[in-house]
Design a protein around this ligand. Structure first.
Ligand code: ATP
Length: 291
């Protein structure tokens, strides 16, 4: 039987997302407090015989909205690692998709991270997580964090990661409306001189003291200034999230997903139910956090 490895790729939310500058090559410099949540894609990797030892990667998914060609980040991750390590065997990737696509939840990045970690195991490559992170940033700013996991401050273009050891107990409800937000459009229309920057140091300090009330009062994402302007539904979802009991609410990444933060799972589940009743067309899901 062919060797097979199964890996979970968790979604992330940004509890703080600040853009502090721009490089000449167009990359933005970030300061972002990233948190993995218990909502995940499952990536199955199977080793396959190759006839001619050429690059052989095949891809399937249970989801019909992810691309199944070379533009898929999971495919790109497999190709990068195969070329880097000179792997002669082939690999089949099957993605069981649970993270909404193009949501600001790093769905593609986490699939790429899962492929890296799964192939590392499947082919016995022996890379450390630090080595995989260094390679991963070539695929996208969120990939290094998805490899590290848990809670972290991400800086630079996403490659400088500082793990955050202590977190208040908290639960999340996400709401992903069916709006297509282009990350490129959001960054291109960001006016840094006009935005209110979140106080990242204070967010981190509140997290270290496990002060959920203070932390939720400090949540901030500079990209909201662009996305909410274009899609007022995001502001509405944030307000309703507070109405159904969230201690704080924010847009994740470049959107359109909105999340609410709750201090108990019971409150999160009750809010999930009320949100589903009010917005039957919106993907609503309660989740714990991954520490
Ligand atoms: P981020 O938060 O890192 O900006 P995102 O959650 O906003 O990411 P993705 O779910 O990664 O967005 O999807 C962005 C685009 O990437 C989609 O338009 C999709 O076609 C493409 N894509 C490529 N590979 C994948 C993948 N494995 N899963 C989901 N989308 C993918």
């Amino acid at each position: 039987m062919d060797a097979k490895v199964t890996v979970k790729g968790y979604a992330k939310i940004n509890l703080g997302l600040d853009v502090v500058g721009k490089l000449e090559n167009g990359y933005h410099l970030l300061r972002s407090v990233m948190q993995q949540i218990d909502l995940y894609d499952t990536i199955e990797l199977t080793e396959e015989e190759t006839m001619d030892h050429g690059l052989q990667i095949t891809l399937t998914s249970d989801c019909d909205t992810v691309p199944l060609d070379q533009s898929n980040l999971a495919y790109k991750a497999a190709k990068l690692l195969m070329e880097h390590d000179g792997i002669k065997e082939g690999v089949h990737i099957h993605i069981i998709k649970r993270i909404p696509v193009a949501a600001g939840l790093a769905g593609g990045s986490t699939d790429a991270a899962a492929v890296f970690m799964g192939m590392n195991e499947l082919f016995g490559l022996g890379h450390s997580k630090d080595e995989l992170r260094e390679l991963g940033v070539k695929l996208g700013a969120d990939v290094p964090f998805c490899i590290m996991g848990g809670t972290a401050l991400a800086e630079g273009i996403g490659e400088k990661l500082t793990p955050i050891g202590t977190m208040p107990e908290m639960y999340i409800v996400i709401a992903k409306p069916s709006i297509g937000v282009s990350t490129k459009y959001v960054y291109e229309n960001l006016r840094l001189e006009q935005v209110t920057h979140p106080d990242t140091e204070q967010i981190l300090d509140a997290m270290r003291r496990k002060d959920l009330a203070e932390m939720t009062g400090l949540l901030g994402n500079v990209l909201e200034s662009v996305t909410i302007e274009k899609y007022p539904l995001i502001r509405e979802l944030k307000e309703v999230m507070l109405d159904v009991g969230a201690a704080g609410s924010l847009m994740s990444g470049s959107g359109p997903t909105v999340f609410g933060v709750f201090d108990t799972m019971e409150k999160a589940v009750a809010a999930e139910k009320r949100m589903r009743q009010k917005y039957p067309q919106v993907f609503i899901q309660a989740a714990g956090i991954i520490c």
